[in-house]
Design a protein around this ligand. Structure first.
Ligand SMILES: [Zn+2]
Length: 81
């Protein structure tokens, strides 16, 4: 008799085995393996990018890097004489 050891790592995480279906490519995937920031929606970053047209990560970085009101420095009215 031979028994198959499926959990070789001895770590059985419920999240690891939770199969979701990608909104973009409609393929089943494991959420913890997803490279997407929206891992509960897309199987990979590629699908996230393809579906949204941008990545949530990139959007966050853009918002962080965008100087709010930095260009709107108060300018002294130049008196033209
Ligand atoms: Zn996908």
């Amino acid at each position: 008799m031979e028994e198959r050891a499926e959990d070789t790592k001895g770590q059985f995480n419920a999240e690891m085995t939770e199969m979701l279906r990608c909104k973009r490519c409609n393929l089943p995937y494991v959420s913890s393996r997803s490279t997407s920031a929206l891992r509960l929606t897309y199987c990979s970053l590629f699908c996230e990018l393809s579906d949204l047209g941008f990545s949530m990560d990139a959007l966050e970085h853009m918002q962080k890097n965008e100087p709010v009101g930095a260009d709107e420095a108060p300018k002294e009215p130049v008196a033209i004489d």
